[in-house]
Design a protein around this ligand. Structure first.
Ligand SMILES: NC(=O)C1=CN([C@@H]2O[C@H](COP(=O)(O)OP(=O)(O)OC[C@H]3O[C@@H](n4cnc5c(N)ncnc54)[C@H](O)[C@@H]3O)[C@@H](O)[C@H]2O)[C@@H](O)CC1
Ligand SMILES: Nc1ncnc2c1ncn2[C@@H]1O[C@H](COP(=O)(O)OP(=O)(O)O)[C@@H](O)[C@H]1O
Ligand SMILES: [K+]
Length: 503
């Protein structure tokens, strides 16, 4: 699903009006209906609903929602904040359309606010995508009161005060919504970790924006939906054999961290790879052979650390490396040799990232169009450098991927996948139960298996990250968040694949 900027959203509105030959009021009515429909499914008409409206079309939406909800027996109170001398035309019309039972109250100072407490249901319709400066003054005071009240806040389109697609200035006041119901497409701000407290749980409701316009609108940002990844799945052929599904090589594990190799290996096998060979330090031999009998195990001459590459690298279709590897000098030398000589695609994680990040010489050796990096934010910072904020981090990621012609999966709540062309896809599966040691090792195994099976690097990133999060979501239903461990993800990978293939 494409992510458009605030400016593009306005253009999409205009294109829709023109194409469908409707006026803006009708589009606002659609938006209000879509919101009200979501709201009715979420909240019953028992508690009064307090709707706070701003001067623009977001406020107009709030007024139209007030009318629609009152028709559904909700007890609605409307507050128009500010002097409202310059309301948008559609705001004005919807103010006039309020039924007589709703008398809007103008709020010119916080002293005029109604008492609010935590059982109240608040709809935030102060500002949406039209916000063009930080919220200060009366609006900021009102927002502070709403936030402080503890009432359950649902924001229309955007939590008021939050910029849609750029860094919100520090001095701004922002609504801390429990829910944000956005129109047609998610906003870039929803995917960034620092906005969790403002956006809350977000949902997107369709309002029928012109699909051709949305399709053609240039944007570097997308969110990944189940339909996007479903169509990537390659069915297995009846007369197939293991030789058709690739031979993966995993260079993982170190003394005291052999578990990382086990986690990556099991996940790789559960993701459909034809054959798997592990190269581990010799002290890991028995561990691997016992814990993962399906994998072949080669031992490094070094007892504790990976220090060399296996012979006949041509036997393999992909190399996955990093989990549990450590940062020993011998390992760095082996990675240097790998980058200099190996012609295979590579999935590079954990300490392998740290090793490469620490050496300009290794960075200069990175082969083009053959690497997926899977850093968490700290590893990302080591590899790419520190960024001023999370918007700049997206730009820095795009530049790095362009410069090195590589893919990055920047791991997090919404893992961001960046391509060498500078396109960024945000994943939509996964949960906080996955914030536990070893889940990244599982991802390395999944991605390595998919590349082995002939998925392009881009397909592997999109599909693998989605499946990994989906396995986490399926595990959540069985074990909950707190008790989840990395192996639970691997246990649920088969079900995750089945969810995508419907069998
Ligand atoms: N395609 C869509 O997404 C649609 C969006 N609609 C709604 O329209 C909204 C956008 O409406 P508008 O463009 O009128 O913008 P907003 O209603 O978000 O705000 C614009 C108004 O607020 C003022 N303003 C901006 N920043 C301010 C600040 N910091 N302090 C005080 N005043 C400030 C502006 O001068 C203007 O009067 C969307 O968020 C959505 O709710 C729907 O009505 C129709 C379809
Ligand atoms: N709050 C969260 N919501 C969704 N996914 C998460 C969350 N926290 C972590 N994850 C996922 O879990 C994995 C953690 O990887 P990583 O930090 O490398 O862990 P480790 O190195 O211990 O294996 C990543 O794929 C990340 O996207
Ligand atoms: K809002």
């Amino acid at each position: 699903m494409k992510i458009l900027s605030a400016v593009q959203t306005r253009e999409a509105d205009a294109a829709t009006l023109q194409y469908e030959e409707i006026d803006s009021l009708e589009l606002m009515e659609r938006a209000a209906k879509a919101f009200a429909c979501w709201f009715e499914n979420k909240f019953t008409p028992q508690e009064p609903v307090y709707i706070f409206c701003g001067p623009g079309n977001n406020g107009g939406d709030g007024l139209a929602v007030a009318r629609l909800l009152s028709q559904k027996q909700y007890h609605v109170k409307v507050f128009v904040v500010g002097d409202n001398q310059n309301p948008s035309p559609d705001h004005k019309v919807n103010l006039q359309r309020l039924p007589q039972t709703i008398v809007p109250q103008t709020i010119r100072s916080v002293a005029e606010l109604p008492p609010l407490h935590k059982n109240h249901c608040v709809i935030d319709a102060l500002f949406g995508t039209g916000l063009n400066r930080p919220v200060t003054g009366l609006f900021a005071e009102v927002i502070d009161c709403l936030n402080y009240s503890g009432a359950c806040i649902t924001a229309i389109d955007m939590p008021s005060g939050l910029y849609t697609d750029s860094q919100t200035p520090d001095e701004a006041t922002i609504v801390t919504a429990h829910y944000t119901v956005s129109f047609e497409l998610p906003k870039l701000a929803f995917f960034l970790p620092q906005h969790e407290a403002f956006v809350g749980e977000w949902h997107v409701v369709p309002i029928g924006l012109n699909p051709a316009f949305v399709n053609d609108a240039p944007s570097d940002y997308c969110s990944v939906t189940i339909d996007d990844v479903r169509k990537l799945i390659k069915p297995r052929r009846k007369f197939s054999h293991k030789g058709l599904y690739g031979h993966a090589l995993l260079l993982c594990g170190g003394y005291g961290k052999m578990g990382a190799a086990v986690l990556a290996a099991r996940a790789c096998l559960r993701s459909g790879v034809g054959l798997l060979t592990m190269q581990v330090p010799s002290s890991g031999y028995t561990i691997l052979q016992t814990a993962v009998p399906e994998a072949m195990t080669l031992t490094d001459n070094n007892r504790k650390h990976i220090s060399e590459l296996p012979e006949n690298m041509d036997n393999y279709s992909v190399v996955g490396l990093g989990p549990g590897m450590g940062k020993e000098k011998v390992t760095k030398t082996a990675i240097g040799q790998l980058l200099a000589t190996c012609t295979l695609p590579m999935v590079i994680d954990a300490d392998a990232i740290n090793i490469i990040a620490s050496s300009d010489k290794l960075k200069a050796q990175l082969p083009k169009n053959r690497i997926i990096f899977t850093p968490h934010p700290k590893e990302f910072e080591r590899l790419v450098g520190a960024s001023k904020n999370n918007y700049d981090r997206l730009q820095d990621m795009k530049e790095f991927c362009r410069e090195y012609s590589c893919y990055i999966c920047l791991k997090g709540s919404h893992t961001a996948i960046c391509t060498p062309e500078g396109k960024v896809y945000f994943n939509t599966t996964g949960n906080a139960g996955m914030a536990t040691g070893g889940t990244g090792d599982v991802l390395t195994g999944v991605l390595t298996a998919l590349v082995a099976q002939g998925y392009s690097l881009e397909e592997a990133c999109l599909l693998g990250v989605y499946l990994h999060g989906l396995a986490g979501d399926l595990a959540l239903q069985k074990v909950g968040e707190t008790g989840m461990i990395a192996s639970d993800l691997t246990d649920h990978l088969p079900q995750a694949f089945m969810t995508l293939t419907n069998n």
